[in-house]
Design a protein around this ligand. Structure first.
Ligand SMILES: *Cc1c(COP(=O)(O)O)cnc(C)c1O
Length: 430
């Protein structure tokens, strides 16, 4: 991987994670095999004891997935990464790897609706409690959110769909002051526009379903470790990483795999083994095709996003617009700091006239299509209060930064003027 860190991000997008040897396939091979053959059962035993590295069963690891995870690790500037079957699995594993029943996590309230449900409902049922804080809360409120059982802080670089920009540096400092890591969901900017490790984040998660795949072809997720968090310095708080794992013959993850490998190895060896949310190698192959053009696509998503946000912000039938790269946006300054090259292709806005006007507007669109998706090459549009966030009551919606009139427009990579024209005619017809 060392070669991957010496070249530009663009080159890593295209070539990172896989270097064919003499005569080997130029493209990442799809290893469509559940199992791997070995000469002796002694060697197999060593694999099971994590004493040798190698593949034995695709539920835990697969070479195709590892090449693609290696590329994402290089893009984020991390030391280790793993693919998961979905972004949800990535968020779950990232937290559950260090928090169990009785533990507590501080999370930004401006996060993806699925993550909110996972934390507030499902993981709470598993005995893990969450305190949700407004990402722009006061220092005193943030401080008050921590308890002696807190094991992590979680936030989204650009919240889906609130489009607030997370102050990574501030939350990283608060997390580290309490001896816990900061986990950042970096799905929307992708490492092309922001690398949270450079601002102090310790673990990054992705829904690769979004821009990384970029073509709406495969659901997937990824967890990347920066290798920076010193688990041993807070050994009492993270016994799962710093004391023997009896389910693996007493391996101590930090001792055997170092700070650079402990987190991902534990997540693979325990969580993948027991929950099995592996990404199919076929999907990893498709994800890699997406990654090859990520740098080019992100630039066009951002061009279209800014053009649409500018157009909407001057339109009489639009009540408000949110886009972090728009100079009038309340997060513009923070976006300039964390996302100087652009934020993403997603623009949120309110159609004047509220919920019904929003629905009429959406019906009138021709190029932009209604889909429960974002971050796709094709422009799509969604009414979150009616879809992704419909389990939330109005209070929870407000805490997540969502109003009933909010339309989420995910600008694809089509021609900019075509998208502006489409939105213009749909607004005219409202
Ligand atoms: C979509 C999304 C997720 C969940 O990912 P899936 O791949 O759909 O499971 C998590 N975080 C963010 C920011 C998302 O947009």
């Amino acid at each position: 991987m060392s070669q991957d860190t010496e070249v530009s991000l663009e080159t890593v997008c295209v070539q990172g994670g896989y270097r064919p040897q003499n005569g080997e396939p130029r493209q990442v091979p799809i290893i469509q095999s559940t199992t791997f053959k070995y000469d002796t059962s002694e060697f197999m035993g060593k694999l099971f004891d994590l004493e040798e590295s190698g593949y034995f069963y695709t539920r835990l690891q697969n070479p195709t997935n590892d090449h693609v995870a290696g590329k994402i690790a290089a893009l984020e500037g991390g030391t280790a990464a793993m693919l998961t079957s979905s972004g949800q699995a990535a968020s779950f594993y990232a937290v559950f790897n260090i928090a169990s029943a009785g533990d507590h996590v501080v999370a930004s309230s401006a996060i993806y609706g699925g993550t909110y449900n996972l934390f507030a409902v499902t993981m709470r049922r598993m005995g893990i409690s969450f305190t949700f804080v407004d990402p722009d809360c006061s220092d005193a409120e943030l401080e008050a959110a921590f308890t002696p059982q807190t094991k992590a802080v979680f936030g989204e670089t650009i919240a889906n769909p609130a489009l607030s920009v997370f102050d990574i540096e501030r939350f990283a400092k608060a997390a580290h002051d309490h001896g816990v890591p900061l986990i950042v969901d970096n799905t929307f900017p992708t490492p092309v526009n922001c690398r949270p490790f450079e601002w102090g984040a310790d673990i990054v998660t992705h829904s690769t379903t979004k821009y990384m795949d970029g073509h709406g072809a495969g659901v997937g997720g990824c967890i990347v470790d920066s290798g920076n968090f010193d688990w041993d310095a807070h050994a009492d708080r993270f016994p799962g990483l710093t004391t023997p794992d009896e389910s693996y013959h007493g391996v101590v993850y930090t001792e055997r795999f170092g700070l650079e490998g402990a987190f991902i190895t534990k997540a693979t060896a325990q969580l993948m083994r027991d929950f099995g949310s592996i990404q199919a190698p076929q999907n990893a192959f498709l994800l890699n095709l997406g990654l090859e053009s990520l740098h080019l696509r992100m630039a066009q998503h951002c061009r279209n996003g800014l053009a649409l946000a500018s157009f909407l912000s001057g339109h009489p039938k639009v009540a408000w617009v949110r886009y972090p790269s728009l100079p009038s946006d309340r997060y513009f300054e923070r976006a300039q700091k964390y996302l100087p090259q652009g934020s993403c292709g997603v623009v949120s806005f309110g159609v004047a006239g509220g919920r019904q006007a929003a629905e009429r507007f959406m019906k009138n669109l021709r190029l932009a299509q209604i889909a429960t998706h974002v971050a796709d090459a094709r422009t799509c549009v969604l009414h979150p209060a009616n879809a992704t966030h419909r389990q939330m009551n109005d209070e929870e919606l407000a805490a997540a930064g969502i109003t009933p009139d909010l339309v989420r427009l995910s600008c694809g990579i089509e021609g900019t003027q075509d998208l502006v024209d489409d939105v213009a005619q749909a607004l005219d017809a409202v």
